[in-house]
Design a protein around this ligand. Structure first.
Ligand code: FMN
Length: 217
C-alpha cells in the first residue's frame, strides 16, 4: 500500500469490533515488525507482552480502572493487545549479549570489528548512565521510536490500532512481575478492526499546518 494512503487511512481506533480477529499470518507479521525497528546503537532495549486470549486482555484491562476506564473496552474488544515495555538497566551482561547476537548474525568480518562496535556502544550507554544521567529517558526514546515505526507498519497492513498511555502502568508492572524481569510498562497498543459504531473512524484528521511545523532552510 502507498505509504501516504496508509498514514491518512490510519487513526486511533476508539471502538473495536470484537468479532473480527487478526489472522495468525498477520500476527506473525506484527511480531516481525516489533523486531525490525531501528534503535540507537542497535541497543533494542525493549520487551513486548502480547495478549491474544480474553484472560490475558482482562489482565491488561486491570490497568484501566477509575480515571483510566475510558480505555477499558478498547483492550477488551481488541483482537490483540500489546504491552510495550522498556528495559530498566543496560548492564555489561546485556551489552555482551547484543554483541554476541550481532556476531552470530554475521554483522562482523572479524572479532576486531565486533570489539570496536561493542566498545562504541558501551561508551554511548555509559554516557547516558554517568554523564547525562538520562538512561531511562534514552531507553524510552528507543521504545517510542519502535512504537511509531509499529503504528505506521500496521497501518500498511490495514490493521486498526490505538496506542494508550492512559493506563495505570504500575498495575501492569505488578500484574506481570515486570520489575523482576528488568522491565517496566510504558504504553499499550490494542489492535484489531474498528466497529461501525466508532465515531472516530469518520472524523477528518486534524494536524497543525505543514507551514507551522516545517521550516525550510
Ligand atoms: C503515545 C500515545 C498515547 C496515546 N494514548 C491514548 C489513550 O490512552 N487513549 C486514546 O484513546 N488515545 C490515545 N492516543 C491517541 C492520540 O490521541 C491520537 O494519536 C491523536 O489524537 C492523533 O489522532 P490519530 O491517531 O487518530 O491520527 C495516544 C497516542 C499516542 C501516540
Amino acid at each position: 500500500m502507498d505509504i501516504l494512503k496508509a498514514l491518512n487511512r490510519r487513526y486511533s481506533t476508539k471502538v473495536f469490533d470484537s468479532r473480527k480477529q487478526i489472522s495468525a499470518e498477520d500476527i506473525e507479521k506484527i511480531e516481525s515488525i516489533l523486531n525490525l525497528s531501528p534503535s540507537s546503537t542497535n541497543v533494542q532495549p525493549w520487551h513486548f507482552l502480547i495478549a491474544e486470549s480474553d484472560y490475558a486482555k482482562e489482565k491488561i484491562a486491570k490497568a484501566s480502572k477509575g480515571f483510566f476506564s475510558f480505555n477499558e473496552k478498547k483492550i477488551l474488544d481488541s483482537s490483540i493487545s500489546i504491552i510495550f515495555c522498556s528495559k530498566i538497566d543496560i548492564d555489561s551482561q546485556y551489552l555482551e549479549h547484543l554483541s554476541e547476537n550481532e556476531f552470530n548474525d554475521k554483522r562482523y568480518l572479524n572479532t576486531e570489528a565486533k570489539e570496536k562496535t561493542h566498545k562504541a556502544r558501551e561508551t554511548f550507554v555509559n554516557f547516558h548512565k554517568n554523564e547525562f544521567n538520562d538512561l531511562s529517558s534514552w531507553v524510552q526514546k528507543q521504545l517510542y521510536l519502535n512504537l511509531g515505526f509499529f503504528l505506521a507498519s500496521v497501518a500498511a497492513l490495514e490493521i486498526d490500532a490505538v496506542p494508550m498511555e492512559g493506563l495505570d502502568m504500575s498495575v501492569l508492572d505488578k500484574e506481570f512481575n515486570l520489575a523482576e524481569k528488568g522491565f517496566k510498562a510504558n504504553v499499550v497498543v490494542s489492535l484489531g478492526y474498528h466497529s461501525n459504531d466508532d465515531y472516530n473512524s469518520n472524523l477528518p484528521k486534524s494536524r497543525l499546518s505543514k507551514n507551522e511545523i516545517i521550516e525550510k532552510l
